[in-house]
Design a protein around this ligand. Structure first.
Ligand code: UFG
Length: 330
């Protein structure tokens, strides 16, 4: 299938591009490179550095490349920044998505895979999370993702758009061959920061609070390998042949892992200590978030291949060890 990967030069998008190629599909990447890395996209994959607001150009790409399905990874994802600059988030995550959807409807492309997030659930009352639990985001980032989920529902009803929205838990790790990996600027995520601290290329890690109501006092998250996430995006293709399909899936391993357990895994895998200190809680961090992904398992036959945190961290370490500064600029 010819697939337009919007945000295909970003962390999850670039891994999905490789998985699409491995599965025999033809990805075409659109990425304005605000946060993406050209080097994360294979040289021979068609690449367009276009903004979604340029509907004329996006429409042309859809037609020229005979696109059958669009995957949309391009979003700003800094929770804290979304609180201080919500305008940026609503414009990029919601308004830009509307441009993309209008181009798709205009060009007759009616299959869509959307990157959503467990942040749409807010601070849940029960764990693990199932898809039917109430969604009440506690920050603009989560709200923008929920807004798009709702937009998609109405488009499925009105225009026969078929879509799957994947609610990711904590994407982690890197390609097994070490070719691509995680490089955010600024970096805020636990695993790359812990690895960089061990590697001596960043200051000591700060643990954001150790007084949570969890077994060791630090937050619990559900770390899922980025290639496992990518494989779910492809497993859903056959379901999108039904016009108006509106599908929502949690993607996580279901295993809660604490901040201290991540540090221990990084120390084991790298063989180096992680210099750290304990600081106050980070605003907006729920104590625990982990998934019940039974729906994805049952309906898509999706089973995460990376089931231990050490195995995930090993792939991240392989990337960081070879690329301590991430991708070269440009
Ligand atoms: N943490 C630290 N120190 C750090 C960085 C993180 O202790 O320097 C802790 C956080 O407090 C949290 C855990 O490590 O408990 C994981 O933090 P990340 O920033 O790596 O990931 P989040 O769980 O905050 O964020 C992820 C996604 C977001 C999404 C969010 C939903 O990266 O895109 O889940 O809550 F919005």
């Amino acid at each position: 299938m010819n697939v337009l990967v919007v945000g295909g030069a970003g962390y999850i998008g670039s891994h999905c591009v490789r998985q699409l190629i491995a599965a025999g599909h033809k990805p075409v990447v659109l990425d304005n490179l605000v946060y993406g890395h050209r080097a994360a996209v294979p040289e021979d994959t068609p690449f367009y550095p276009t903004n979604l607001g340029n509907e004329k150009e996006v429409g042309k790409i859809l037609r020229k490349e005979k696109i059958e399905l669009v995957m949309h990874f391009a979003a700003y994802a800094y929770v804290g920044e979304s609180v201080t600059d919500p305008l940026k988030y609503y414009f990029n995550n919601v308004a830009a998505t509307l441009h993309l959807l209008r181009c798709m409807i205009g060009s007759g492309v009616k299959k869509f895979v959307f990157s959503s997030t467990c942040a749409t659930y807010g601070i849940p009352e029960k764990m693990p999370l199932v898809e039917t639990m109430p969604q009440a985001p506690i920050n603009p980032y989560g709200q923008t993702k929920l807004d798009v989920e709702n937009i998609l529902k109405s488009f499925a009803h009105a225009y026969g758009l078929s879509f799957a929205a994947f609610r990711y838990f904590n994407a982690a790790g890197a390609a097994e061959d070490g070719s691509i990996g995680e490089h955010h600027d600024p970096e805020t995520h636990l695993i790359p920061l812990a690895i960089d601290a061990a590697n001596g290329v960043r200051p000591p890690l700060q643990i954001y609070g150790d007084d949570y109501p969890t077994p060791d006092g630090t937050c619990l998250r559900d770390y899922v390998h980025v290639d496992d996430l990518s494989r779910a995006h492809i497993a859903v293709f056959s379901k999108l042949s039904t016009p108006g399909a509106a599908l929502f899936y949690n993607l996580g391993t279901g295993t809660p892992t604490s901040v201290l357990e991540i540090i221990a895994a990084v120390e084991k895998v790298t063989g180096k200590p992680v210099p750290r200190s304990t600081g106050p809680r980070r605003a907006g961090d729920p104590p625990a978030l982990y998934a019940d992904s039974t729906k994805a398992k049952t309906e898509l036959g999706w089973t995460p291949q990376f089931t231990s945190i050490e195995a995930i961290v090993e792939t991240a370490w392989k990337w960081h060890e070879a690329n301590p500064k991430g991708y070269a600029k440009a």
